[in-house]
Design a protein around this ligand. Structure first.
Ligand code: PLP
Length: 466
């Protein structure tokens, strides 16, 4: 499988290089040159398969010659074997035709484990084969950092440095990062905000000379293709459990960077009957505004009860724009360069095509809390605020009540207790058993000034072979 850039100017790469590269040198994102397509008959034959076997069938065409079959199977067994539920992505029923797919049974209690547990293993495998070492540098406001650290804790060929804004992430989220022990794990608390952290990471990728040429920087944010790839699988898994592919399904996806829902769009293109895809956003609603008015425009960032969806621009949206423009990289490049300066629109017929593929809704904090309360009162089931946004959008946008509507449950409610309190419920979401002692574990992190040279110097001194 070859991968090409959405901006059309970077050379095509194979899977290994895409894995290690992150952003393409022309500023674009990598996408497969062509997608595998599965017939209904083939999909039907996968009914009842365990998660890892299904994952193999769906992902192997993307990996192919890079990793031998047996090694990839073993990697998948290890990846999904650490999840705290045997079904990996269990479904919970809310109503006759309404479901939540629980994607939060992994080690850090959010759906990002599905991809980052695999990404860590893939990176280590490829680097080991090439006898190379990588330094992962990432900025986090919460979920990504902990999932990436958990995904890399056993890697031999990777050091990971995660920057978080000092004093500005929730205690659960900070402890999920800082209590993971390992020589290759480095938490840096920056005396600044999330944007400062992100800027330092971006600038470091631009000029990696501080590593002295002895290691390369690798990215684990959602622009990494392997993350999207791993997220395609659970759409098939849910559908097969509920009568697919002989019934069509609808999905509602709480989204910020358009990563998770883009995976659903790919599942559909790969042959899965999907009748509806709902984009569910919070007040940071750039995607909803585009879908309803054909205007892609950055607004000020708003802090909400669903912080993992607090974004101003939606990076993976570029991958959809590439398809909407007939895979014309130059058109995408022009559009996104203008979008960095001000609002943009696309041709009407292309926008109508997008509207056919997606419905959308934006849900504010009050409605999020109302939904948490309503679902608890109806089902004695606690939703986290991100999932609640998905359920609300599913109910508001649903086109056909006979088609199963599946909302992606992106986080465990114990990760975001503030929203539960705000919703007026007196129940307290408990951390699952494997995390019950989180508040007793020892923390390890280094506080550094908001200064790029200082942070780079720290990294240069602390990675393994430095
Ligand atoms: C990251 C995250 C999201 C948004 O996912 P995208 O891929 O950025 O759309 C939603 N919910 C939770 C809990 C998350 O951690």
């Amino acid at each position: 499988m070859r991968y090409i850039s959405t901006r059309g100017e970077a050379p095509a790469l194979g899977f290994e290089d895409v894995l290690l590269t992150g952003l393409a040198p022309d500023g674009g994102l990598y996408v497969p040159e062509s997608l595998p397509h599965f017939s209904l008959e083939e999909i039907r034959s996968w009914r009842g398969l365990p998660y890892t076997e299904l994952a193999f069938n769906i992902m192997y065409p993307f990996v192919d010659e890079a990793i031998p079959e047996a090694d990839f199977r073993q990697m998948l067994d290890e990846t999904y074997g650490v999840f705290a539920h045997k079904a990996v992505a269990p479904l919970v029923q809310l109503d006759t035709n309404e479901w939540v797919m629980e994607l939060f049974r992994g080690p850090t209690l959010a759906f990002k484990d599905f991809a980052l547990q695999l990404l860590g293993r893939l990176l280590d495998y490829v680097l080991g084969k090439r006898k190379q070492h990588a330094v992962i540098m990432g900025a986090t406001s919460g979920d990504t950092g902990s999932a990436a650290i958990e995904g890399c804790r056993r890697c031999e060929h990777v050091d990971i440095f995660i920057l978080h804004p000092h004093g500005r992430v929730s205690e659960v989220q900070r402890r999920q990062m800082t209590t993971v022990q390992g020589d290759n794990i480095h938490n840096i608390a920056v005396r600044g905000n999330f944007d400062d952290c992100q800027r330092m990471v971006k600038e470091s990728f631009g000029d990696q000379s501080f590593l002295g040429g002895k290691a390369r920087l690798a990215a684990v944010n959602s622009i990494n293709w392997a993350r999207i790839m791993a997220q395609i699988v659970y759409y098939f898994h849910a559908s097969l459990a509920l009568g697919g592919p002989d019934r069509s399904m609808a999905f509602s996806v709480p989204t910020g960077n358009f990563g998770d829902i883009f995976a659903g769009y790919l599942a559909k293109k790969m042959g899965l009957p999907v009748s509806q895809l709902v984009i569910a956003t919070n007040r940071n609603d750039i995607l909803h505004r585009f879908m309803s008015g054909n205007k892609y425009e950055q607004h000020q960032l708003e802090h909400t009860l669903s912080p993992s969806m607090d974004i101003m621009v939606s990076s993976n949206f570029e991958r959809l724009l590439f398809d909407l423009h007939g895979r014309d990289g130059r058109a995408v490049k022009e559009l996104l360069e203008s979008a960095a300066k001000g609002p943009v629109s696309i041709e009407d017929y292309r926008w109508k095509q997008a509207r056919k593929l997606f419905d959308s809704a934006a849900v504010d904090d009050k409605t999020t809390c109302d939904t948490i309360r309503e679902v608890y009162q109806q089902n004695e089931y606690l939703l986290d605020p991100h999932t609640a946004i998905g359920v609300r959008a599913a109910r508001d946008c649903r086109r056909d009540a006979r088609i199963p509507m599946i909302t992606l449950g992106t986080a465990h409610p114990a990760k975001f207790p503030d929203a539960i309190v705000e919703s007026g419920l007196t129940v307290k979401p408990e951390l699952p058993a494997h995390m019950a002692d989180l508040f007793e574990r020892e923390e390890r992190y280094t506080v550094l000034d908001n200064d790029r040279a200082g942070v780079q110097d720290f990294i240069a001194k602390h990675w393994k072979n430095s």
